[in-house]
Ligand binder design. Sequence first.
Ligand code: ADP
Length: 307
Amino acid sequence: MTISPAITIHNLRKTYGSVEVLKGVDLEIQSGEIFALLGPNGAGKTTTIEILEGHRAPTSGSVAVLGFEPRHRAQDFRERIGIVLQETTADGYLTVRETVDLFGSYYSRPRDTDEILELVGLESQKASLSRKLSGGQKRRLDVAIGLIGNPEILFLDEPTTGFDPQARRAAWEMVRRLEKLGCTVVLTTHYMEEAEFLATRIAIMADGQIIASGTTSDLRRKYTGSQISFQIDREFNSMISEFPTVDHDSLELLDDTFVLRTSDPTAALYRLTSVAKDNDFQLNNLVVRQATLEDIYLSILDTHQRN
Ligand code: ADP
């Protein structure tokens, strides 16, 4: 049986010497979610995740993972979480099947090895030595090892770093299949496209704090909205620079392209085309598109750093 929420963090603080690297983190992760924790290097993601895994002790605040205090590292707690680190844990001289069987023997209720190998897409490599696997296949084996104990929560640390686009796409499909097992996934990644594709919810960390959280759509609505880009003949630049932006709209000139960020693209486009029409100039290469998670992420960090 799973408990909802799977993870609760309240006012979590962590100090190394005199430096506070977690400054009061609050977070709730529901069971069954694929949750992505994003942020620049040094933001505090690893510290947070390692506290959740029971590998580091908090300085203050409270953390509950499946109702457990992770730092006590109770046997039952360790059985119910799976961890996929960035380094490979497998012994290269065992076959894929032997490796997964071996890790399964450490648990009281392991899943079926064949089922897990199918899930991660390694059924054809069962008899291969794990050292003969490609980089992407090794990572899948790591995920199989993380899953064999039948965890309720899987921590996935940068699962596709260094993958080619095809291997990355296959890994994403695999993570999606985990949802069907009812497994909660806590994902860290530097690839915004990955978080956008996989995550049901996202939190962005910076300087030891959560600076934004929600679904991609929530964040898009709240922080960036849409982007309108266009080029014009130089002589009309001043007219556009004086273009009245409203609310939180922003206008930037990047090289020769104007980028207007707006939460109300219909109104912004109307005003923009009116200025162009009234003054008889063209908006060249006019493109309206929804902000991607990467746009949103960069915009949130930019605002954070300026304040
Ligand atoms: P992220 O995973 O987001 O890159 P980390 O949690 O690894 O961030 O690091 C957050 C901050 O804590 C960084 O400034 C890092 O240098 C510092 N830090 C991490 N581990 C230690 C440690 N064991 N001792 C001292 N400082 C640390």
